[in-house]
Design a protein around this ligand. Structure first.
Ligand code: B16
Ligand code: MG
Length: 215
């Protein structure tokens, strides 16, 4: 039986994915690097460093330059999340978290972000989760299973008893590699088969968490 739920943060519990995008867009514009909303889709759930490497392509930047660009992007992002409030929790989330807790199911966050704790605090969700795995928890980013395995270990659960909720292909891949059940969130694409969604490999694909219940 399912004993734990591990939620991705950006794009699942809140829409900070948009603020990540805008911060990368600002950096790319300043650097004269080609980037747009469509290119950003490939960065969903991807770590800060991997995202930057993707944006610079084959431009030769020194390690020091990469570091300062990552710091700059993070500064833009951190500025933009200062005004997050509990109003920014996506529809259906609170209801589902309450229902899970009532059913005795453990809850963790499994986010690639180093800002996950700040975001969770600002959203007022800290008291509703039992464990947080974030960008500081493990070395290898998603799609490696490490982050979700770490979250399951924090909950004291076997991976096979955990469900991961994700909005990114890299996250679904990581969860499957961890031996967990997966729920992928992606907007409905009219006429598209389930495999064509960005989270096509997930066991279940839903548009969002609105009206999602345990039974
Ligand atoms: P940071 P998630 C991910 O969070 C974001 O989706 C991704 O856009 C971001 O680059 C990554 O965290 C690292 O975030 O720069 O704040 O450490 O979707 O895994 O909750
Ligand atoms: Mg995400």
């Amino acid at each position: 039986a399912i004993q734990g739920f591990i939620f991705d943060l950006d794009g699942v519990l809140t829409d900070t994915a948009e603020w990540h995008y805008r911060a990368w867009q600002r950096l790319a514009d300043e650097e004269g690097l080609p980037f747009n909303r469509e290119a950003n889709e490939a960065l969903r759930g991807v770590s800060r460093r991997e995202s930057l490497l993707h944006i610079i392509g084959d431009q030769p930047y020194s390690e020091a330059a990469l570091q300062t660009m990552m710091e700059r992007k993070n500064r833009y992002y951190v500025e933009s999340i200062q005004n997050l409030t509990p109003q920014d929790v996506l529809p259906g989330v609170i209801e589902l978290l309450d229902e899970l807790r009532q059913a005795g199911i453990k809850i963790a966050i499994g986010s690639a972000s180093k800002n996950a704790r700040t975001v969770i605090e600002k959203l007022g969700l800290a008291d509703r989760v039992d464990a947080i795995a974030d960008g500081y928890s493990v070395e290898r980013p998603k799609p490696a299973p490490d982050l979700f395995l770490y979250a399951a270990a924090q909950l004291g659960l076997d991976p096979s008893h955990c469900v991961v909720v994700e909005d990114a292909a890299a996250g679904i891949e990581a969860a499957i590699a961890a031996g967990m059940w997966t729920i992928g969130l992606a907007p409905a694409v009219s006429g598209a088969s389930p495999e064509e969604h960005r989270v096509g490999a997930a066991h279940i694909v839903l548009p969002n968490l609105m009206g999602v219940h345990l039974t």
